[in-house]
Design a protein around this ligand. Structure first.
Ligand SMILES: Cc1ncc(COP(=O)(O)O)c(C=O)c1O
Ligand SMILES: N[C@@H](CCOP(=O)(O)O)C(=O)O
Length: 465
């Protein structure tokens, strides 16, 4: 399997190089040249298998020829041994045909752990084989940073720098990034919003001398391996609800479009998914785009689901590429429009292809609060605000005939203030994090200026010559 850029002007890479590259050199995102295919028989044969076994079967075709099967199996086993639930991503029934897929049983209580725990091991493996080091730089609106820091802390071949928007993440999220004692971890509070952080990371990838000097690598979902690892739980959830003999729909709280794009990939690989529902908070650029066919930025509003307070939704580019029959020229044109005027239009055939697979909806702050309150009052189940966005939209989109799975992307204890305000319950952090708020913080505050941030990274990374 090799990987091609959505902008068509970067060399195709094998799995290991795409893993270390993060963003393609033409500014595009890597996608597999073909979608591996699973027959109904192969999907049926996954019934009753463990999460780890299904992960192995789903991931192997993407990494074949580059990562040995036994090494992959071992990394998968180690990655998911860090999870606190035997099913790794358990499915909880919340109504007659409604389910919540709990993705928050990893070390930092967010779905990001699912991919990050595996990627850290894959990167270590490839770097060790090559006797190389790397500098990892990532942008976070809250969860990616903590998950990446947990997964990479103490790893000898990498230094990790996480840019987060100062004052715009929850206190728990901030401390998960700033209390690591590992010397290879660097949390950087940037004076800006998440989109500024993400832009700066992408600009660093496009700054060739810096990229080469520090051996830059990325763990945002611009990195294909992030998406790959997230495809697995669509398989495990659908199979446990009767796939391939029954179609299942998924509603996904969405920001950077990585998680829901993983669902799209699962469908392209043969998993019979009915609809993929994009659920946004008041930062509803994706819901508007699906409705109007015009992707148009309008500025970010701070909400109680801060991890989804995003305007530039990186992975939408991957969908655009596929929906335009993999025509890199139209992607380049759209991305140039986005850069110049903050907007682009989707051609009619591509929009039709997108609408065939996706539905979209939005939840206002009032609706999120009411959803947390009502679900807790009716069932005792406590939702985090991101999952509540999903549940609200899923309830609107559900068809009685098909099961609807909403992805629960974070544990409510990561957002205690919003949860308490909505339903009066103060969700407790699990035992292994119970002293988090007392731990000492260590982070640097930097201006929203690429040059200053690059210079900070150059001084602190061990990967530069
Ligand atoms: C808790 C939570 N839910 C949802 C999302 C949105 O996921 P994605 O960016 O993959 O669309 C994020 C951030 O990515 C998150 O941290
Ligand atoms: N919501 C994310 C934003 C970064 O997204 P990613 O998909 O690139 O990791 C976060 O929690 O940081």
């Amino acid at each position: 399997m090799d990987y091609i850029s959505t902008r068509g002007e970067a060399p195709a890479l094998g799995f290991s190089d795409a893993l270390l590259a993060g963003l393609a050199r033409d500014g595009g995102l890597y996608v597999p040249r073909q979608w591996p295919q699973f027959s109904r028989k192969e999907i049926r044969a996954m019934r009753g298998q463990s999460y780890q076994e299904i992960a192995f079967r789903v991931i192997l075709p993407f990494a074949k020829g580059q990562i040995g099967a036994e090494a992959l199996r071992q990394m998968i086993n180690e990655a998911y041994a860090t999870f606190r639930h035997p099913a790794i991503t358990p499915l909880v029934q919340s109504g007659p045909n409604a389910f919540v897929l709990e993705l928050f049983h990893g070390p930092t209580l967010a779905f990001k752990d699912v991919a990050m725990q595996l990627i850290a091991r894959l990167m270590d493996h490839v770097l060790a084989e090559r006797n190389e080091r790397a500098t990892i730089v990532g942008a976070t609106s809250g969860d990616t940073g903590g998950a990446a820091i947990d997964a990479f802390a103490g790893r000898d071949r990498t230094d990790i720098f996480i840019l987060f928007p100062e004052g715009r993440v929850s206190p728990v999220q901030q401390r998960q990034m700033t209390t690591s004692t590992a010397s290879n971890v660097h949390a950087l509070a940037i004076k800006g919003n998440f989109d500024d952080c993400q832009d700066m990371v992408k600009a660093m990838f496009n700054h060739t001398s810096f990229r080469e000097n520090v051996r830059l690598s990325g763990v945002n979902s611009i990195n294909w391996a992030r998406i790959m690892a997230q495809i697995v739980y669509y398989f495990t959830a659908a199979i446990s609800l009767g796939a391939p003999d029954r179609k299942v729909s998924f509603t996904v709280p969405t920001g950077n479009f990585g998680d829901v794009f993983a669902g799209y990939c699962a469908k392209r690989m043969g998993l019979p998914i009915d609809k993929l529902v994009v659920a946004t908070n008041e930062n509803d650029i994706l819901a508007r785009t699906m409705r109007t066919g015009r992707y148009e930025m309008r500025g970010v509003t701070a909400t109680t689901s801060p991890s989804m307070d995003i305007q530039i939704s990186s992975n939408f580019e991957r969908l655009l590429f596929d929906a335009n029959d993999r025509d890199a020229g139209s992607v380049r044109q759209a991305m140039a429009g986005l850069k110049q005027s903050g907007a682009f239009d989707i051609a009619a055939p591509a929009l039709k292809a997108i609408r065939k697979e996706f539905r979209a909806g939005r939840a206002s702050e009032r609706q999120v609060k009411a959803t947390i309150h009502d679900v807790q009052a009716e069932t005792g189940y406590v939702l985090d605000p991101h999952t509540a966005v999903g549940v609200f939209v899923a309830n609107k989109m559900m068809k009685p005939s098909a099961p609807m799975v909403t992805l629960a992307t974070a544990h409510p204890a990561k957002f205690p203030a919003a949860v308490k305000q909505a339903c009066g319950i103060d969700p407790a952090l699990p035992a292994w994090l119970s002293d988090l708020m007392q731990r000492e913080e260590r982070f640097s505050v930097l201006p929203n200026e690429q040059e200053k941030v690059e210079s900070h990274i150059l001084t602190h990374t061990r990967a530069a010559p």
